[in-house]
Structure formats: structure tokens, C-alpha cells
Design a protein around this ligand. Structure first.
Ligand code: SAM
Length: 235
């Protein structure tokens, strides 16, 4: 395998590549810029009925994915000398950021474990050094959609995947701000004009408008980002 190598451990391998088989990511997959393998976790269950889950220790609702089954699956996909980061998707994890996505895209690949049910036994996380990653403060029914989000964000940053590599650098979060508003044709839409400065041909004025728009948008919509941006400018 060449390029960026992604392994996904899941109970639903048929959910992949899914949307990753289309558009930018799909083209890059077909061209070998990255590769995607899926592993059926159930293949690592040892009992006759191939159980991967059991009741939670301490009682309570739902089922938990077993540490022993998951550890066998991780070990099969990712031996000790495999240096790729190992992620487990969970709402309890550190929220995914563009900075972490950039780090991952600069590496050799990634191994992603997708949870189901109430999640995974804590011991497989600690014993296999899994990095807990969340894609937001809401609960999905499984880690597959979350893994797809992580991979989509990574793959578009791989060299050669985006048509204009510069476009990635001005996007939301790259500079700590949300991106400025975008406009295209027609010049007037339902009575609303494009801001005239964007049609002026004066690049300095366009840049200044975009910077101001990005700052105002970030300050009003994401005070958390705005405060961090202000603090970073002071240091
Ligand atoms: N009981 C867990 C909790 O309250 O934190 C939620 C389990 S959820 C129903 C099943 C699986 O979906 C999780 O193990 C995880 O893999 C995935 N998942 C759900 N929400 C997620 C999120 N926001 N980010 C990443 N993965 C998520």
C-alpha cells in the first residue's frame, strides 16, 4: 500500500467507503493517493455466536463492546511497530480540530475504531493507546459516520487532492477564524447585491473587506474562537 493508509475497524464495513468513494476523496482513492481497508470486528469474537458485546459492569442499560475482542482486532490490523495514530470515535473524546486534522494528514495514515452500543470497554482504550476523538457535542448511533468525517477532513488535505492547494489555507479554522462570506454570479440575487468592493478589482480592498468580514463573523458567531484568536495575537 502506498500513500496515506486508513484502517477502519467496524461492525458495519459495508458503510465504507460510502461518501468517501465520491468527489475529491473518491477520486483520490481511485488514484491511490490514499487507501482504505475495513476490518469486521465480529471476526475476532471467539464464541459460537460471535458476540462482540456484553452487559455493562455495574448494571444499567445497553451493551458495551468487549475489550478482548476489540484488542484482538486492533492487534491484527495494527502491530506494535505500526506507528500510525490509533483513534477511537467517542463523544467523550477531545473535539476534532483542524489543527489535529492537519497533523494526521501529514502522517503515514490512521487506524480508526468505530464504537456501537454504549461504547467500548475503557481498558482497550488504555491498553492499546487509543486516542479518543469526538466530532461534536451530540450522540450518534455509531462511530462509522464520525470516522467518515475524520477521513474526509484528512483526505482533502493530502497533497494533490484539492485542485488549488492555496484554497485550504484561507478556510475556516486555518487562521483561527471563520472564513469570510462568499459570493458568485449573478451580481444581483432577489434584489440583493454582491458587496461592491468584491467587484472593484482592487485586491488590497478585497483582502481588507474579507479580513474584516471574517473577524466580525467569528466574533459574533464564535466568541470562543475570537477570544483565542485575540489571545494568540498578544503572545
Ligand atoms: N454511551 C456513549 C456516551 O454517552 O458517551 C454513546 C455511545 S454512541 C450511542 C455509540 C458510538 O457512536 C460511540 O461508541 C462512538 O463510536 C460513536 N459516537 C457517537 N457520538 C459520537 C461523537 N459525537 N463523536 C464521535 N463518535 C461518536
Amino acid at each position: 500500500m502506498t500513500g496515506f493508509v486508513a484502517d477502519v475497524l467496524t461492525l458495519y464495513p459495508e458503510m465504507f467507503p460510502g461518501s468517501l468513494g465520491h468527489s475529491l476523496a473518491g477520486r483520490a482513492l481511485a488514484e491511490g493517493v490514499w487507501s482504505l481497508r475495513t476490518t469486521q470486528i465480529r471476526d475476532f469474537a471467539l464464541d459460537k455466536h460471535r458476540h462482540v458485546d456484553d452487559t455493562p459492569a455495574g448494571g444499567g442499560p445497553g451493551m458495551v463492546m468487549r475489550a478482548d475482542v476489540l484488542a484482538r482486532a486492533v492487534d491484527a490490523v495494527c502491530p506494535a511497530d505500526d506507528l500510525r495514530p490509533r483513534l477511537v470515535m467517542t463523544p467523550r473524546g477531545r473535539p476534532l480540530s483542524q489543527a489535529r486534522v492537519r497533523d494526521l494528514a501529514a502522517g503515514p495514515g490512521v487506524v480508526i475504531l468505530c464504537g456501537r452500543f454504549e461504547g467500548v470497554d475503557e481498558r482497550v482504550i488504555s491498553r492499546r493507546g487509543l486516542e479518543e476523538v469526538s466530532i461534536g457535542d451530540y450522540v450518534l448511533s455509531g462511530g462509522e459516520v464520525a470516522a467518515t468525517v475524520v477521513l474526509d477532513a484528512i483526505v482533502r488535505l493530502l497533497p494533490g487532492v484539492m485542485g488549488n492547494d492555496q484554497s485550504g489555507l484561507t478556510e475556516s479554522f486555518e487562521t483561527g477564524l471563520l472564513e469570510h462570506a462568499q459570493y458568485t454570479k449573478p451580481p444581483v440575487f432577489e434584489g440583493e447585491d454582491i458587496p461592491p468592493v468584491l467587484l472593484s478589482g482592487d485586491h488590497a480592498k478585497v483582502d481588507a473587506w474579507r479580513k474584516r468580514n471574517a473577524e466580525e463573523t467569528t466574533a459574533s458567531r464564535r466568541p470562543d474562537l475570537w477570544l483565542a484568536h485575540q489571545a494568540a495575537k498578544k503572545t
